[in-house]
Design a protein around this ligand. Sequence first.
Ligand SMILES: [Zn+2]
Length: 341
Amino acid sequence: MSSILSFSSSPHFVDHRTGPHHPERPDRIRAIAAAVRAAGLVDSANPFPEFSLNFGPFPPPASKLLELPEPTPADEKWIELIHPRAHIEHVRHVCEVGGGVLDQGDTPVSPESFDVAKLAVGAVLQACDAVIAGTAARAFAAVRPPGHHAEPDRAMGFCLFANVAIAARYLQARHGIGKIAIVDFDVHHGNGTQAAFEADPSILFISLHQDPRTCYPGSGYAWETGEGAGQGTVINLPMDPGSGDAEYLAAFHGRVLPALDAFKPEMLLISAGFDAHRDDPLAQIELSEEAFEQMTRLLVQAADAHTKGRLISALEGGYNLRALGRSVVRHLAGLQRAGGL
Ligand SMILES: [Zn+2]
């Protein structure tokens, strides 16, 4: 199987401005751009030469990433696969009048944020197209704003549009994919993705996250398992505060991989948040960078078994810049490694 891994991002992702002291900040994209270059994964010029951070040593890269061209904003007809027109127009309006707050203080937007959010969706759809075309076996899109908290009818938790949920519907509507699995290892519950698909048996949604009794957004209990025809295709795996690599890998072997084997998806998507890192300021999970690579390699194996190796990953959270950069590099290393452990 091809092991070509594509990488998409855009210097414009820093144009979504969230104000001073907001954790979901433009430097997250600058840190990832710097980290992938420090790791020797890409050769192109860093669009943010003024940004510097000491990431420490990286393992030698398996190969270079295939850098996709600058993405274009998603056509709103694809965003409408998940979000009603009223939500799209609300985000557009708040941005057009100069910016403001979309979600009780959590989700500030600047005038540019509407266009940047459409660009984020566009980058994830571009990643889908690259994998469908066979240009790459797997793809990672480093985007912001993130998406997994955005519910169909509202922005929430730093998220405007549900990037990965839109990608799943796009793969079905545009490319004729049937069953899709989404694995979300961001430390927060992917409530937006769950809301979009909880009654849909064609999408398996698996979220590992810190126990909702102790962490935003307060949903994602184990008893939330889908509704109606989608009963059983939502799997929530709440993790106790203080959980680390052993607990997460046990959950992967005990729950995530068996569920993927039973569901037999035709495509695998990852909501890749890195805020379960032990140095992240927003939660109390204690993962190492190594764990992100190991979880990723297990998902690559599942993709090899079920989806002809096809896998698309998109950035969600991760708020310690050094940990974010280092963890993204380890995720990319896992995505580059076809075959067994
Ligand atoms: Zn998160």
